[in-house]
Design a protein around this ligand. Structure first.
Ligand code: FE2
Length: 290
């Protein structure tokens, strides 16, 4: 069995609460969640993005905490992680423990009981976006991409989301093909959810169109600008992918699309008293303990 601890959307900042968003409480809640996951004996912790909010000081504070974690810890980049000055954006990946400049990567973990290999892919949905752009030239280019992917009602995609580049989509396709040839099973992690059916959480309050199920978040502005292109890649490997895990939508969501469970985990910043999950992977099945 493999046990993966999940946290997401800490959005720590030394700032007063706005609505349900408890920014300052992020550090205490993060430490509580990590402590509970360590006690549960997880093999690794995945953090699905939006670790900070507001400013550069939030990034350095949360980064220091990340470096103190004793068990394997893997991060995904989220939109709020870029709430720092343009000239500092090239440093985000280092502070948020990305293994490379691109901000997307994969790892393989082996189930000690049966030797089966699991490929965990960590995507970067911020690659082309207005907020990750480091200068006006990049912002103009990102805006052009944004205009290619209007929402269901014909309006522009939201500026708090971004797109994966063709290069990243091609990399993902290669990763999945390679995993298939090696007989691995795959979990795809991304900050942005793609799909919801309702399930244990309801998004109907915040997303009027969620009444028409199933919901593709990309069409509603809660996901990647080019969510359809990512789904198209994932659809090439229906039997291979055992889960799509995301954050971003703080109330969480669940959906099953062509046999692939799409889980959106609750965000720490807006969940009281706290939010974390343990995903238990055994044989071919993945069970969630939320
Ligand atoms: Fe987010």
């Amino acid at each position: 069995m493999l046990r993966i601890g999940i946290i997401t959307d800490i959005q720590y900042a030394d700032a007063d609460q706005i609505g349900k968003r408890n920014y300052r409480g992020g550090i205490a809640k993060f430490l509580e969640a990590v402590g509970a996951l360590e006690e549960a004996g997880v093999d690794a912790i995945f953090n699905l993005g939006d670790s900070l909010d507001h400013d550069w000081e939030s990034l350095t504070a949360i980064s220091e905490l990340f470096q103190s974690i004793r068990i394997p810890f893997y991060n995904v980049l989220g939109n709020h992680d870029y709430m720092i000055p343009d000239e500092k954006k090239s440093e985000i990946n280092r502070y948020l423990l990305m293994p490379n400049e691109k901000g997307y990567y994969s790892i393989v973990m082996t189930d000690p009981e049966n030797g089966s290999e699991w490929l965990f892919v960590f995507l970067n949905g911020n690659e082309i976006s207005l907020y990750a752009a480091r200068n006006d030239e990049e912002r103009v280019a990102a805006q052009k991409v944004r205009e290619k992917y209007p929402l269901e009602d014909g309006t522009l995609s939201c500026d708090w989301n971004g797109a994966m580049s063709p290069a990243q989509l091609a990399w993902l396709d290669r990763e999945l093909r390679d995993a298939e040839s090696k007989g691995q099973r795959v979990i795809v992690c991304n900050h942005f959810p793609l799909f919801c059916q309702g399930g244990p959480y309801s998004v109907a309050d915040s997303v009027p169109l969620a009444k028409i199920l199933p919901v593709y978040f990309g069409k509603l502005g809660f996901s990647l600008w080019n969510a359809d292109e990512l789904l198209e890649v994932l659809d090439r490997y229906p039997k291979l992918i055992k889960g799509y895990w995301a954050g971003h939508l703080h109330e969480g969501s669940y959906g099953e699309r062509d046999g692939v469970p799409h889980v959106t985990f609750r965000g720490i910043v807006e969940t009281e008293p706290n939010a974390w999950a343990v995903m238990e992977i055994q044989g071919d099945s993945v069970a969630a303990h939320l």
